[in-house]
Design a protein around this ligand. Sequence first.
Ligand SMILES: Nc1ncnc2c1ncn2[C@@H]1O[C@H](COP(=O)(O)OP(=O)(O)O)[C@@H](O)[C@H]1O
Ligand SMILES: [Mg+2]
Length: 266
Amino acid sequence: MTRIIAIANQKGGVGKTTTTINLGAGLAERGRSVLLIDLDPQASLTLALGTQPAPAEAEPATRTRAATAYDVLLRSSRGQAEPFAGAIQPTASGLWLTPASIELSAAEIDLVREPLGVFALRDCLDTVPDRFDYVLLDCPPSLGILTANALAAASGVIIPLQADYLALRGVDLLLNTIAKMQKRANPNLAVLAILLTLADLRTVHAREVIAAAHATFGERVPVLEAVVPFSVRVKEAPLAQASVLEYASDSPAAAAYRKLAEFVDP
Ligand SMILES: Nc1ncnc2c1ncn2[C@@H]1O[C@H](COP(=O)(O)OP(=O)(O)O)[C@@H](O)[C@H]1O
Ligand SMILES: [Mg+2]
């Protein structure tokens, strides 16, 4: 059975997209087949992994664009068959991608207007081909309808948390939203883990924040021992259209993401 995992945190820049790619890569190293769905209208996941568009002169005038997460959600809410048709693309990393586009912000408006718009994604995920072991949902930096769609569809959520004092403060809001979702829409949803990211481990501040995360959330949610350090290698990897597991395979960041993959897929 395909396992659906959302990577969520309403704060931007905390490592959601990076975690989506590198958890995906870690699962792929473990022999799993993984589909990543970009639910952020800013499309960072798509840009980091997406296949380069063909050079303009090589494009036939009638070139049709690839289907995106926007099309999938729209087709699903219209009850169309095969919502994922044309929306699952191979990437250089061996991961599969349902790309995003800026149109996703239009989907947000449509889905909010629709009475059961929160279930558009859940309704169509069972049409994802069986060969996928995992579907990872890269959420946008908000608690709007797209994140709600991800939380309604997933069986687990991973919360990347920047090892920064102010970042800790948003987690309660997210955990409350998840609790509401569990109660009202998705009793199967479990918080799998909090993953500390972007940690400058040379600083006392980062170590204090890590200790505070364990103290504050550790009883409610597993806070992973593996911490993703701040590393320029992580920033560079998307330029090479690679995961950090490929780009800097021996780096501590790659090791932390391998630990996360092992935790998810023991
Ligand atoms: N461990 C890390 N070390 C250094 N830079 C990182 C790390 N994780 C993420 N980044 C960078 O931080 C920025 C935000 O990360 P991203 O994964 O896009 O966050 P989000 O999806 O939560 O907005 C990106 O430029 C990314 O390359
Ligand atoms: Mg992102």
